[in-house]
Design a protein around this ligand. Structure first.
Ligand SMILES: Cc1ncc(COP(=O)(O)O)c(C=O)c1O
Length: 394
């Protein structure tokens, strides 16, 4: 069967190979004294809090399970708007919010609405791999711009200007980023947006980890800049609802009917049950629980990263958000008798039964030196993983 050139362009998720090998080995060592510890997983180890679970049950029992508006329940858009006001002090009217099937659908809608065949979108290298694939699925081209630790592994205004070409349509940033957990400084973001806007381009920011921010300097939404910035967000990370498939996007008002038309045709609407459940995310009791969990994520970061660094796995920029540590494993790999982060990840899995993600999926600039540790795991597992690393690297 002939497969479309578009589908052929989407690269495989190499991470899945590591995940498959880890799952296989996990079965073999499940009964040993060292069962596998999964630090390769990019999702919270928490599930939706009680009020959210109860709201989902109620929606199912009451049978409010029909299609909703393509842009999402009005009440949910209002609550998201209220969250921006209360948590970030930013006025984001509900009419600019479109609820989607996760950030993934929002990114897809944004790319389909704005990218034409051959258009180029600048993004930092390293980046979350699917983001370049959303551009490519819309027949655009993601231009990966290598970044440095000094730039917090983010694009700078200078690099955006230097890499802007005839086909450039805009930038796709992620702040805080996956895999680094680092954000763009708000002043730099303003400068980037000015450059993009002056060229008539689009500033698209994936803010899916914004809720999980630990530093007030960085934990601000790009939506504060002006009403032309497009922000992508989700119930997956801060709200601990990965498998519910619910997210949202905030777009300029003029773009709402365009996104609505695409969403109606491509998805009809996001999951009704997930939307009714998500209304309960914004109850004071749920928000208090989310804040408690955010403190827990922060405590894990603070405990894990210094110990990791002491083992020679340098984390060049302390993450200000999310639950990742982007660590240079060159030295540690040599100690295990291998070169590069791909072999290091497999060696670590075999010898310490600790699964991590090699840098390869996230780009090509220097990513062979880096691995991503996920700290979305219990403190006990994180400490045990460190003890095993210490033993194999000694
Ligand atoms: C940076 C980034 N953007 C988007 C997504 C997709 O998230 P969702 O579950 O909301 O589709 C992820 C998931 O890991 C991510 O890390």
């Amino acid at each position: 069967m002939r497969v479309s050139a578009r589908a052929e362009r989407i690269e495989p998720f190499y991470v899945m190979e590591v995940a498959k090998a880890a799952a296989q080995l996990a079965r073999e060592v499940a009964r040993s004294d060292q069962p596998m510890i999964f630090l390769n997983i990019g999702e919270p180890d928490f599930t939706a809090p009680p009020l959210v679970q109860e709201a989902a049950e109620r929606a199912i029992r009451k049978g409010v399970t029909q299609y909703t508006q393509a842009t999402g329940l009005e009440a949910l858009r209002e609550r998201i708007s209220g969250w921006y006001a209360q948590r970030f002090g930013v006025d984001v009217p509900a009419r600019r919010i479109v609820v989607t099937a996760g950030a993934s659908a929002a990114l897809q809608l944004a790319c389909l609405a704005l990218v034409d065949a051959g258009d180029e979108i600048l993004m930092p290298d390293p980046s979350y791999p699917c983001n370049r694939h959303f551009v490519s699925a819309a027949d655009g081209r993601a231009v990966m711009v290598p970044t440095t630790a000094a730039e917090r592994f983010q694009l700078s205004a200078e690099k955006v200007a230097a890499n802007w070409g005839d086909r450039t349509r805009g930038v796709l940033l992620a702040s805080p980023s996956n895999p680094t957990g680092t954000s763009i400084h708000p002043d730099e973001l303003r400068r980037i947006h000015e450059i993009v806007a002056a060229r008539g381009g689009i500033t698209l920011i994936d803010e899916i980890y914004l809720g999980l921010s630990y530093d007030p300097t960085f934990g601000r939404t790009g939506l504060a800049l002006d009403d032309q910035v497009i922000s992508i967000n989700s119930f997956s990370k801060y709200f601990n609802m990965t498998g519910w498939r619910l997210g949202w996007m905030v777009v300029p008002e003029a773009l709402v009917p365009v996104i609505e038309r695409l969403a109606q045709n491509l998805f009809i609407c996001p999951s009704a049950v997930a939307q009714y459940a998500a209304l309960a995310c914004f109850e004071p009791e749920s928000l208090a629980e989310y804040e408690r969990r955010r403190s827990e994520f922060r405590a894990r970061r603070d405990a894990f990263i210094p110990q990791l660094q002491a083992l020679g796995l340098a984390v060049p920029v302390t993450p200000d958000g999310a639950f990742y540590a982007w660590a240079d494993c060159s030295q540690a790999a040599r100690r295990l008798g291998v070169e590069g982060s791909w072999d290091f990840a497999f060696e670590l899995m075999r010898r310490a039964h600790v699964a991590v993600t090699p840098g390869r999926d996230f780009g090509s600039a220097d990513t062979h030196r880096f691995v991503r540790f996920s700290t979305a795991n219990s403190m006990a597992h994180l400490q045990e993983a460190l003890a095993r690393l210490r033993a194999v690297l000694a």
